[in-house]
Design a protein around this ligand. Sequence first.
Ligand code: HEM
Length: 397
Amino acid sequence: MTPTPQSTVRRPTSDLDVYSDEALLNPWPGYRELRDAGPVVFLERYGMYAATRYDAVSHVLRSPEVFPSSEGVMMNDEMNQVLRGNTLCSDGEAHSASRRVIVRPLTPKAVRLLQDDIRAQARKLVEELTGRREFDAVTDLAQYLPVTIVSNLVGLPEEGRERMLVWASEMFNCFGPPNDRTRDSFVVLGEMMEYATTQAVPGKLRPGSWAEAIHGAAARGEVPADKCPVMMIDYMGPSLDTTIFAISSAVWLFARHPDQWDLVREDPSLIPSAINEVLRMEAPIQDFSRSVAVDHEIDGVVLPAGSRVIAFYGAANRDERRYPDPDRFDVRRNPTDHLAFGAGPHTCVGMNLARLEMRALFEVLVERVTRFEIRSEQRALHNILRGFARLDVTVHV
Ligand code: HEM
């Protein structure tokens, strides 16, 4: 970014606790405060910078030479050590090599092959749930496709498939700053890493599965063999909860905005646009971080080498500098530039699959449901992820 004369350089600071229960349940006022305070703001409680404006978050994600991922993208040192060298936490050639392997079953072409099966399963599920009228949009609706289809594609042995949901959620909690929520989740993380090392191994994995393909790539010398366990985490971590939270947030938004549901029902070609708007409004992953490799200025604020900056995707997506009236849910907005899938070299490799799962469900829901009515809701209280633990709904057909 353009250098600023030394005299105008400043360092906005804030004592806001962005990881308190209150802030996690309702982050929007805090995000606005931080956006107004500066392009990047030093969080006194955590000793890290927060990037919350759209342009600043996008710049951080797209400048890996200044903001590398290989020092980790989590907000605590232990976790950055544990995941060292997986796809998410690497740069340059090492990143490209493992990303080439991880992305193979997730390219648009590969995902198209899953389309018929996912659509058929989505139809069967929605028909059953709309027949019942009352269900939990988290466990009955949102979890179904990721748990039945995606966990099978990953291909872990039985016990691992059952534990994937718990592991993934606890693992994302471990991404947080050193707080009780992070520390409490480390126990489960140990179990997940042990499993990735001892059970997710050739001979125990489903033949033809994504996990087995990682070992195949290592055998051909495409990636180092000792990287296989951490590369398993690339699938075990983000393939379920993210999509589950996105689906339940979509139901919640449509329940609260029946006029927007009517628009999508009248014109189902709006579904892809509506999905982008859901992801913009309620980014399932709210934030990851980057280390700062060299002194670097963003709009008059200098980030010193050796510091860490948290990129708040969720805050960037609500930046009034980018999106007019950002808190309004508008299914016609089609914000294809939202940052819920990240940006730059680490842009989500699973987004084609996540979009397909969401589209498949909502294509059938628009045919059958005239209204979603929320009976009770319970948000998941989570360091990084945003979504629901329970969302009991009645559907009108
Ligand atoms: C709505 C669902 C999803 C959301 C919101 C989401 C979000 C994200 C974000 C924000 C990143 C960027 C991380 C960064 O900036 O450092 C990312 C990366 C990644 N995602 Fe997703 N994700 C979703 C679904 C999935 C699925 C279904 C999979 C796997 C099947 C997946 C696998 C990955 C992997 C492996 C990376 C690392 C890519 C890299 O470092 O090059 N994600 N995701």
